[in-house]
Design a protein around this ligand. Structure first.
Ligand code: AMP
Ligand code: MG
Length: 442
C-alpha cells in the first residue's frame, strides 16, 4: 500500500507557507502501514494541479490532495480533478443544504461564490467537513482513462510504483484543522483497511562524536538501500542519527525485525549510540547519574567559551537539581583566577585556551562546588581570536573527578554557535563515557 501526497497553493510554492500538511499526512499514513512514494507541491493553477493528479494516478494506490477547495477564483482543485477524471462538476445537494444551514445559523445569506464548494465530479463521493464549508471529495482515478493536460510535464515516481489499475483519490481542504479532521474521520480508516494490517515501524538511534561518513563506514552493509528494515543517517546539531524503518505485513513482524536491526546497529557502533528517538545527550547523562541507586553524584561546570550553555543543557532536564547545584561562567582570565583558583602564571605560560587551564578550571570548580564531577571548557569560538597555533574551533575540555583531571583538545568546525554547541555536547559525552567507565572511542 502506497500513497502520493499533493499539496496545492501559491503560498506553498512561493515559500511563504511551510507545507506542514504533507509532513503530518506522511506520519499518519506510515503509522497505518502505508508507504509514501513522494510529496508534490504545485501552485494554484488548474493545469498544474491536473498535471500532478494525472501523473500520480496509476502510479500509486492512494493520492491525497490538500488545498484549493476554497470558494474563490484561485481555488481550482475540484475543477482540475474533474478535468482529469473527464467528468463534469455537479452539485452535491446534501452538502449544499448543509452549507445553507451553516450560513442561516449565522444569520447571513450564503454568498453565491460558496456554491462551488458543494460541487464534486460526477460519480465521486462527497466527504463531510465537520469544521468548514469546503466538502472533500473521494474518487477513483484509472491510470489508463486519464486525459493528461498538454502543458503539464509528467512527474516520475519510478518503476516500482507503476502498474496500478486504479488510484483512490482523496481531496481535502488545505486548512490544517479541516484537513486533519476529514482525513481522520473518513480517509485513514479506509487507508488502514487497504493496507491490510501492514506496518511501518520506525526508530531513531543517536550518536555523537563521529562524522556521518565514519558512522556509515562502521555500519557497512546495514545501510544497503535494498535492506528491510532500512537504515539511513541524518545529521542535526552534530548528532548523527540512524533512522531505522521496518516495513512488514504485520506490526509484530515489523517490531521483531526492527529490534533485530537495532541490535545489529548497536553491535557495530557500541556505546557510540547514546540514545533513541526523543532522548537527548543531557537526558542520557541524567539517567546515568541517577540510576545507580546509591547517592547521586553531583556535577558542576566551569565554562568559558560556552558561556553557560553546558549548564543550560544539564539543567534542561527536569529534576536536575538532584545532581547540579551550581556552575561557573568564567569568561575573563581574572574570573578564572578569582573564582576557580587558576594560577595567573599558568594562564600567562600556556594561554587561557590550553589543556592545563581547562584542567585547572575543572579542578577549581570541583573544589569550590564540592562536587563529584566537574567539567571545564575553554576554547576559541570565533569569529576572531584565532591564530595558527590556536585556530577558531580549538576547544580544551577537562573532566575532573576523584581520579584527577582528564583533558582533551578538539577542533570543531563551523561558526561560533556550532563551536559552542559542539563543545557543550562533547563535554556531556566525556561525562557520559566516564559514567559508563569506558574511554572515549574517538
Ligand atoms: P486552501 O484550502 O487552499 O484554501 O488553504 C487554506 C489555508 O490553509 C492556506 O491559506 C494555508 O494557510 C493553509 N494551508 C494550505 N495548504 C497547506 C499546507 N500544505 N501546509 C500548511 N498549511 C496549508
Ligand atoms: Mg489555497
Amino acid at each position: 500500500m502506497n500513497a502520493i501526497i499533493l499539496s496545492i497553493g501559491d503560498e506553498l510554492t512561493l515559500g511563504q507557507t511551510v507545507d506542514t500538511n504533507s509532513a503530518w499526512i506522511s506520519k499518519e499514513l506510515a503509522a497505518r502501514g502505508c508507504d509514501v512514494l513522494g510529496h508534490v507541491t504545485v501552485p494554484d493553477q488548474q493545469v498544474a494541479i491536473a498535471g500532478a493528479i494525472a501523473s500520480a494516478v496509476g502510479n500509486c494506490d492512494c493520492l491525497i490532495v490538500s488545498g484549493g477547495l476554497g470558494p474563490t477564483a484561485d481555488d481550482l482543485t475540484r475543477q482540475a480533478l474533474a478535468d482529469v477524471l473527464n467528468e463534469p462538476l455537479e452539485i452535491n445537494h446534501e452538502w449544499l443544504t448543509e452549507m445553507q444551514r451553516f450560513f442561516r445559523q449565522r444569520g447571513r445569506p450564503m454568498p453565491e461564490a460558496n456554491q462551488i464548494q458543494a460541487m464534486i465530479p460526477r460519480g465521486a463521493t462527497m466527504l463531510w467537513n465537520t469544521c468548514g464549508t469546503a466538502a472533500g471529495i473521494a474518487a477513483i482515478g484509472k491510470g489508463h482513462s486519464i486525459r493528461k493536460p498538454d502543458a503539464a510535464a509528467p512527474l516520475s515516481f519510478g518503476a516500482a510504483s507503476r502498474g496500478h489499475a486504479g488510484t483512490v483519490i482523496f481531496v481535502v481542504p488545505g486548512v490544517p484543522k479541516e484537513m486533519k479532521a476529514m482525513l481522520t474521520r473518513d480517509v485513514f480508516p479506509d487507508v488502514e483497511k487497504r493496507a491490510g494490517g501492514a506496518a511501518i515501524l520506525s526508530r531513531t538511534l543517536h550518536t555523537f562524536g563521529l562524522g556521518e561518513s565514519s558512522v556509515a563506514e562502521m555500519l557497512g552493509s546495514l545501510m544497503n538501500r535494498d535492506r528491510n528494515p532500512s537504515v539511513g543517517t541524518t545529521v542535526s546539531g552534530g548528532i548523527v542519527s540512524l533512522r531505522l524503518n521496518s516495513r512488514f505485513g504485520s506490526p509484530a513482524l515489523a517490531l521483531e525485525k526492527l529490534n533485530e536491526t537495532d541490535a545489529a546497529c548497536r553491535s557495530k557502533l557500541g556505546d557510540l549510540i547514546f540514545g533513541a528517538d526523543d532522548q537527548t545527550l543531557a537526558a542520557v547523562v541524567a539517567e546515568l547519574l541517577t540510576k545507580s541507586g546509591g547517592a547521586i553524584p553531583t556535577v558542576t561546570t566551569a565554562e568559558s567559551c560556552t558561556g553557560g550553555l553546558l549548564a543550560k543543557m544539564l539543567t534542561d532536564i527536569p529534576g536536575s537539581s538532584r545532581y547540579f547545584r551550581e556552575g561557573f561562567v568564567t569568561y575573563a582570565n581574572e574570573s578564572k583566577q578569582r573564582l576557580l583558583g587558576v594560577p595567573a602564571e599558568m594562564i600567562e605560560k600556556f594561554g587561557a585556551v590550553s589543556e592545563p587551564v581547562a584542567q585547572a578550571m575543572a579542578a577549581g570548580a570541583r573544589r569550590a562546588a564540592n562536587a563529584v564531577y566537574a567539567l571545564g571548557i575553554t576554547g576559541i569560538a570565533g569569529p576572531d581570536g584565532g591564530s595558527e597555533a590556536k585556530p577558531v574551533g580549538m576547544v580544551c575540555i577537562a573532566l575532573a573527578s576523584e581520579e584527577g583531571e582528564a583533558v582533551r583538545t578538539f577542533n570543531f568546525p563551523g561558526d561560533r554557535e556550532w563551536i559552542r554547541d559542539r563543545s557543550a555536547k562533547m563535554a556531556l559525552t566525556m561525562l557520559r563515557y566516564k559514567l559508563l567507565a569506558k574511554p572515549l572511542p574517538f
